[in-house]
Design a binder for this molecule. Structure first.
Ligand code: TYD
Length: 214
């Protein structure tokens, strides 16, 4: 992959945003994308699950329906969506020299299915390695928030999906999983207090990434 003159100033090519429900990831992806574009970078924003044509169907399978499914089925569907996302969106964008920001990626599976769910992190690691083909983010930004506050923010949606409907204890395990992963991977993670107003969270992300504020 060849770096262009504009992208060399910004050392990251592939950044993932992670966090519990209602932690403000999509807002922060948009704000960072706007800032990077203002600095002249070509930026692609994307998300999981469901950013491709096949992924939209898989998203409906895993989130839209309230049918029960085995934990293994759930794992495979998220990983199938990821394989499609890598092939159809992420690799092409990175190969074209764009900076890519994704709202959720492999760490979501690790936290939700691996640690908080029943699969265990070991199998998730193996599945993620297959699904990503070894494409890992240069930097993962964890938006840290008490899940009770995040779920309350989302409660305006009157139709919670399969994951949102899980007990608070599940979402607390997700939060703890993110923090555990970040503390074990300090060189490739940033943890930001997402209980602050969105502009303060954005400023903290810019500072952590070494990007000058607006
Ligand atoms: P979504 O509606 O995209 O919202 P948000 O990311 O803002 O929470 O929800 C995606 C849901 O899917 C969310 O509950 C997390 C869950 N999820 C997993 O459990 N495993 C995964 O691998 C991914 C990508 C998402």
């Amino acid at each position: 992959m060849s770096a262009t003159a504009t992208t060399t100033a910004f050392p990251y090519r592939f950044l993932a945003f992670e966090g519990v429900e209602g932690s403000g990831k999509s807002t922060q992806v948009r704000l960072l994308a706007d800032r990077l574009r203002a600095l002249g970078l070509d930026v692609v924003t994307t998300f999981e699950p469901g950013a491709t044509a096949v992924g939209r169907i898989l998203r409906e399978v895993v989130l839209g329906s309230h049918e029960s499914m085995t934990p293994l089925t759930e794992l495979f569907v998220f990983c199938a969506d990821r394989a499609e996302h890598v092939a159809e969106v992420l690799r092409p964008a990175l190969d074209a020299g764009s900076v890519v920001l994704t709202d959720r990626y492999e760490l979501s599976t690790w936290a939700y299915q691996g640690v908080a769910g029943e699969i265990g992190p070991y199998l998730v690691d193996r599945m993620n390695e297959i699904a990503t083909g070894g494409l890992h983010p240069d930097m993962t930004i964890v938006l840290d928030l008490d899940p009770a506050a995040g779920l309350a923010r989302n409660r305006r949606d009157d139709d919670p999906d399969r994951m949102e409907s899980k007990a608070l204890a599940f979402h607390k395990r997700v939060r703890d999983a993110y923090l555990t992963w970040a503390s074990g991977n300090p060189a490739t993670s940033i943890v930001v207090d997402a209980s602050q107003p969105a502009d303060a969270v954005h400023a903290a992300i810019l500072a952590a990434l070494g990007i000058p504020p607006e």
